[in-house]
Design a protein around this ligand. Structure first.
Ligand SMILES: *Cc1c(COP(=O)(O)O)cnc(C)c1O
Length: 368
């Protein structure tokens, strides 16, 4: 039996009747964009994350852009972030004309290391963007304390972490605002692109809404230069349906993670991801570290097991950043040591016990 890296089908089959009815309803009413389903999703997500506002938008990249634009990150500002993330986190900083400043990560969670942040702060630093990487919250209390001490804006990239816990709170409730992605492969994914911003800040919520809709404050009254970033009714309806299953699906990811942890700890040089006791990870990806990661990936793929390296390079090793004026390439020993050394094992909701066993057997076979 092949074991794909990800199989999204149960997200359809477990809600098949409801999803089909939704599709027919949207099609027959021919009201495709915005509307009551989007408003409902915004209420559902805000309440799920424990925040006052949710603003739906086109995708997770837009969500980050809208937050930075609304908060007034501008040319010559510096924004501290993690090099261990998807490119979009840093790309949105560049699109503001600001400079990303990468700091090192924790060797066991791969999240931004709070102890590296203060040394990177300069008079130009405006904001910090930690990422809840692979579905585990960054250490928000420690990072918030630094932001408060230095008067910096704090923005959460929660794109990989919907449902993750940190003490009594959930991902999406940290900093001034958070960004989520509903790309199909994320823990809460649609049938296309989608994203949202969550925040407790009334004025920021209003500003984000304005910018996401061409700065239109009233019918053809434009008070800012914005963009077009919106969610369609089909995505919104589907995401509200799937949100009702999210906790159960995240629990299945956690079970798969627990099984791998139990079966693979101590095998070869494999290092299992550490789950901090401050929270509850939702394993967007279950990442294992090995000096032989690229060989293991080839070995597993030859045996029909889907796996992938995240990430082949840390972001500061992407040469494109060196084209930025004023950018200084840092030395980040931990992130550099992780490049090409972390691979994901299949841990999606609905994965069968036999499939998990097959993965474990194949990994054992590699080291035998
Ligand atoms: C997926 C992702 C994004 C971007 O989301 P899109 O919906 O693909 O634009 C941003 N940051 C992180 C950490 C992500 O995983």
């Amino acid at each position: 039996m092949a074991v794909p890296m990800l199989d999204l089908r149960i997200q359809y089959t477990e809600l098949q009747n409801e999803s089909d009815a939704l599709w027919r309803d949207v099609m027959s009413n021919a009201a495709y964009i915005g509307g009551p389903r989007v408003t409902q999703l915004e209420e559902d997500i805000a309440s799920y994350c424990g925040v006052k506002h949710c603003i739906a938008c086109g995708n997770g990249t837009d969500a980050l852009f809208l937050i930075l634009e609304a908060l007034g990150i501008r040319k010559r500002d510096e924004v501290i972030t993690t090099p261990w993330t998807f490119f979009a986190t840093a790309e949105c900083i560049v699109h503001m004309g600001a400079t990303p400043v990468f700091v090192d990560i924790e060797a066991d969670t791969y999240n931004i290391d709070p102890d590296t942040i203060e040394a990177a702060i300069t008079p130009r630093t405006k904001a910090i963007i930690p990422v809840d990487i692979f579905g585990q919250c960054a250490d928000w209390d420690a990072i918030q304390a630094i932001a408060d001490r230095h008067g910096l804006l704090l923005i959460e990239d929660a794109c990989q972490a919907i449902g993750a816990g940190y003490r009594t709170r959930r991902a999406g409730s940290f900093g001034r605002a958070a960004a989520f992605s509903f790309f199909p492969t994320k823990n809460l994914g649609g049938a296309g692109d989608g994203g949202c911003i969550t925040t407790d800040d009334d004025a920021l919520a209003e500003r984000v809404r304005l910018i996401a809709k061409h700065g239109e404050a009233g019918k053809y009254l434009h008070t800012a230069f914005g963009v077009n970033s919106r969610l369609d009714a089909l995505q919104a309806g589907l995401l509200s349906l799937r949100l009702t299953k999210l906790d159960a699906w995240n629990e299945q990811r956690r079970s798969a993670a627990a099984y791998y942890r139990q079966q693979l700890s101590g095998v070869g040089d494999l290092v299992m991801p550490v789950e901090r006791d401050y929270g509850r990870a939702v394993y967007h990806l279950f990442m294992v570290r090995s000096a032989q990661a690229t060989d293991i990936v080839d070995f597993l793929r030859d045996r029909g097991i889907g796996t992938a390296i995240y990430y082949p390079k840390a972001l500061h090793q992407q040469e494109v950043f060196e084209t930025l004026p004023g950018y200084q390439k840092p030395r980040l020993p931990i992130a550099e040591a992780c490049a090409n050394k972390l691979f994901a094992l299949p841990a999606w909701p609905g994965i069968q016990t036999e499939q998990l066993e097959q993965v474990v057997d194949a990994v054992h076979a590699y080291f035998d």
